[in-house]
Design a protein around this ligand. Sequence first.
Ligand code: SF4
Length: 914
Amino acid sequence: MSDILTTCPYCGVGCGIRASAATEGPEQTPTVRGDSSHPANFGRLCVKGSALGQTLSAEGRLLQPQLNGADCDWPTAINAVAQGLQQTIAEHGPGAVAMYLSGQLLTEDYYVANKLMKGFIGSAHVDTNSRLCMASTVAGHKRAFGADVVPGCYDDIEQARLFVLVGANMAWNHPVLFGRIQAVLQANPEAKLVVIDPRRSASCEAAQLHLKLRPGSDVLLFNGLLSFLAEQGKLDHRFINLHTDGFARALASAQLQAATVEQVAIGCDLPSEQVLQFYRWFAAEALSLTLFSQGVNQAVDGTDKVNAIINCHLASGRIGKPGCGPFSLTGQPNAMGGREVGGLANQLAAHIDYSDKAQQALVGRFWQAPRLVTRPGYKAVELFDAIARGEIKALWVMATNPLVSMPQADKVKAALAGCPLVIVSDIYQHTDTLDVAGIKLPALGWGEKDGTVTNSERRISRQRALSPPPGQAKADWQIICEVAKAMGFDQGFNFSNAAEIFAEHAALSGYQNSGERAFNISVLAQLSAEQYHQLAPIQWPVTDTRPQGTARLFADGKFFTANGRAQFIAVHQRAFNEAAPATPLWLNSGRLRDQWHSMTRTGEVASLMQHRPEPFVSLHPADAALYGISEGELVQLSNASGRLLLRVDISDNQRPGELFIPMHWSAQFASRARADVLFAADTDPISGQPALKLSQVALRRFTPKWQALLLTKQPLTALQLQLFNQHYLARVPLADCQSYRLGLTEALGPQQLLQQLQLTPTLSCRDSQQDQQGLQSQLTGYRAAAIEDNQLQWLLLAGTELAAADQVWLNRQFIAPLSVDSRRQLLSAQAGQGKTLDNSALICSCFNVRSQAICRAINNGADSTAKLGKQLQCGTNCGSCLPELSALLLQQKALTRQQTLTQQKSEELSDVSN
Ligand code: SF4
């Protein structure tokens, strides 16, 4: 069987994948490798993409529809959805119905969902999790260009010589694209990377300059750059005069707060030499590319930040030309596809919004829509607020997990608990959101679905099925169309495959579009089913004049505004808040290298979980000293919205007074680590995007009486997990069992724990010591296990500290009958006494290489990533760990230098005293 070409379902880079379908045997999973012909990645994949084959198991999948907790067949489920929606509309009007979609959906799914709601049901309340990652960029693009358009393409990377990374840890979040930047830096000594980020991220390892600025001061920094360009005579007056409006106002606004480098340096809390260095490099290098992501978008002034960046590119004429431009990095695989379709509450369809009545009518005609909406609907935060106050009474969530990702996630949970009709389409049996749904619909996942996605450079690529649908799972578009038909909308939803939907979507993009709408792929409306099946990656617009697609826009200086000119936007830096005494620390959130969103897929891959197995908070050493906290302790973070329990990671990557937590952990993986619980629902007033990068929290030590490691063959049930609501729990799936790292308060000792979990040991041992008076013996350690039919069922290791355990060896004991030796060694949690365990951080997930082994190799003379790769293989497959290898090399070199200096000093002192 020949390979199948498809696209990675994780980040917005949109890497092409060459996969072999499973051919023989139930155990065989498809092999996955990079597609060397795909222009996004030319064969490379990062660690997440490389592990995709391991996510294709049927384990944990939702395979049958469920109604109120009981399995049912599809006709019953479809009727329940259709009748539930119809009844809600009859009793409360169409505005009582909402959909919450996802950048994980394929464009075809998005298209029919949007059409059903906005044209047939008559509700504009269709929003998407892209509101949480891209909405400010959409708003910024529309203000500046008149359309939501990324001007450039990935090929600009190879042509650029200055890369400015703003609020984007590309090394972890867009790794393959970052690899292309690193290649340029290595091949061109004059090329430079500047990283603008309040914390030192992995991307900084390749940077010539890191501006560790005050959180939220980006507008000031870029206003300062605009002032500097003007002052230094580096403006492109010809471009400004011919192709833009509003320059004078934008410059005056910039100069008001950021006329001098010193003003900027003070406001941004940066050394003025660093600010000046950045400005000089930008002014001098025409081939400058500014790439930005969530650190820019997820802010109360995210749209202004986007426009502050775009202003500098318009002022220097660096747009629409090779090797330069503002470049928004989309977070999700199909955030862009959702935007094309109009799947945001403030858009109607196909890049048509609600401001132009004639364009709206055009959509109504094209769809022959009985109930076309005429006003914007609720954006994500407003939507869940409307549910909380009972205005929206029926919600259909597809392929996303708002109980983890929305700000004030506990409030969202309460809102959904009170919503009369919650329908969730998902691929897994349990997600935080699915667990509160009345109707659960099994959808197809990656490797089963068929359709298109669009990446950050407007490139439409096919996702193709590698295997048949599991159980009774169906494509999202199919489920939506069946519901539509059950509601009586046969005419608009009689699609028999994804190709037909794509053709209609493409036709709408070109319908009465004589160039005023940027999104136009009308040429693709003519594709036959076979041509659609074979469709090669292509960048929109795809029109009669550009049938091969369009790499770069605005080369002619024409924009999509009413007068064809780009718009400068006058933006101001907002006043910086002071931290309140009760919550004196600033909290930032972000993503990790090996995880994706709420971990439903990546969290179940044992090797990916080993990079950062537990939810953590990073804090500066000065703060750790201030709070008297040591590395690896547990702490509580809290504010008025909620409380988290996390493991401490002390790191001078942080600025003092500022914390970082990863956004991935859900209730399926930890008792109290849903990051977004702690973020207020403050939004950008223009884009409606929540500020998920800045919150205020209080920190205090969480001192458990017991720390325990529990390994079980079967995962704990939801009921069992409730036991840990007030304790620390982190689930870390291993290859053949589940491991739980526990921090238990006095109220739950190890033996009570086993009782409550109804686990009966077949072997156990206790450690105890006399109390201070020597009167009573106190339990200090407890180890127990259960063996049935010579098979290990579970193992508990409890003590005052987390037990050292050889988890690789322990994992093996769950799959083979126990030998006599293994039985004997079980409670000591390792084979062979005195063996040195390496439980240090896993750096290379591909070859299972940990930091301890890497540091040992460095100390033994491996002084480059190449030498480390040769010795240990680390970094030689996907390369995602290369920035961390570089960081370890630097760290070890600094340590050695420090040790040498200390030794020299002590020798000098001893000479003096002699
Ligand atoms: Fe997938 Fe990694 Fe490529 Fe992103 S960079 S699309 S996660 S392989």
